[in-house]
Design a protein around this ligand. Structure first.
Ligand SMILES: CC(C)(COP(=O)(O)OP(=O)(O)OC[C@H]1O[C@@H](n2cnc3c(N)ncnc32)[C@H](O)[C@@H]1OP(=O)(O)O)[C@@H](O)C(=O)NCCC(=O)NCCS
Length: 266
């Protein structure tokens, strides 16, 4: 999962800024991989986060992960959640200082802070579109990636629909900070783009979907017209998304996944 996520974002300007060559400790993508493993391990232990993987049978490798996603459910008591939690500016600065100190040295802290500010700006821009709905009381997709060889065949849609169904059951809306690649995917599933911005030079969009109560099914007509038989399309050799089980143990003192709960991968 971690390797797939790193590969999906390798060319992103945002990730190049966050993991600059000058701070690299290990060769190649090792630092990023390590960071993603820590981030995901921590996420797997969080009951509010839901991880999906999509498996496919590769000709010579056997079963491989070709898609993964992390969905975040509304936190318990999220309805009462206050953005600043009643903290003074001094207390907030202290919190931030502590979080930054826990981050690994290969992560550019300045870039991370800028990215965080830009996300908060995008959220602020979309404030009206939320129509008073508390985003902490909604579902959100923290990250989604599909292996380059398996894109364009519906895997991204399948993992997005998984969360849409959960949000529907919960009667909650969904908000997503999207990259350009995700933009069409969410629009095609009925999301509205409510704000546009950028994160470390990369275009970002805030996509929103409120809960829509299901329509009552129309009454059956007396006479059902005979339908032509349909050609069933060839099934794609991909399995259903599989929720990832929670691991038994989690290492201590893992750094924060991002600031203000904003993922460093989506
Ligand atoms: C975004 C991403 C997850 C999409 O996954 P995917 O499995 O290729 O998406 P799907 O096949 O389900 O396609 C969903 C929609 O995206 C759009 N889409 C897919 N491939 C596309 C392409 N090559 N060009 C333009 N639009 C495309 C289409 O609108 C499609 O819907 P449609 O088939 O009804 O027209 C994938 O491109 C990816 O991993 N990108 C890198 C990581 C990333 O940017 N993640 C998004 C974070 S918000």
């Amino acid at each position: 999962m971690a390797a797939l996520d790193v590969a999906a974002f390798l060319d992103s300007p945002m990730h190049k800024a966050m993991f600059p060559k000058r701070l690299r400790i290990k060769p190649g993508i090792q630092d990023q991989l390590e960071w993603n493993i820590l981030r995901m391990r921590r996420g797997l232990a969080d009951a509010n986060l839901h991880h999906l993987v999509v498996l496919a049978d590769a000709p010579e490798e056997g079963e491989i992960i070709v898609g993964c996603a992390e969905w975040s459910a509304p936190a318990a008591g999220a309805g009462e959640y206050e953005e600043d939690e009643g903290k003074t500016a001094e207390e907030k600065a202290k919190d931030m200082e502590l979080r930054l100190a826990r981050l690994p040295p290969f992560l550019d802290k300045g870039a991370l802070l800028d990215a965080n500010d830009e996300v908060m700006e995008l959220i602020e821009k979309s404030k009206e579109a939320f129509k008073g709905e508390n985003r902490h009381n909604m579902w959100t997709l923290n990250s989604i990636s599909v292996d380059g060889d398996y894109r364009g065949i519906g895997i991204g849609k399948m993992m997005t629909r998984w969360g849409m169904d959960r949000a529907d059951e919960d009667k909650k809306g969904i908000w997503i900070i999207s990259s350009s690649l995700g933009q069409q995917l969410y629009k095609s599933l009925g999301f509205k783009q409510v704000a546009e911005g950028s994160r470390l030079g990369e275009p970002q969009y805030l996509m929103l979907k409120f809960h829509e109560p299901k329509q009552e099914p129309a009454p059956e007509p007396d006479l059902v017209p005979e339908l032509e038989p349909m050609v069933v399309p060839q099934p794609v050799p991909v399995l259903e998304p599989v929720p990832v089980p929670v691991p038994v143990s989690v290492p201590e003192a893992i750094p924060e996944p991002g600031l203000n709960g904003v993922s460093t991968t989506a």
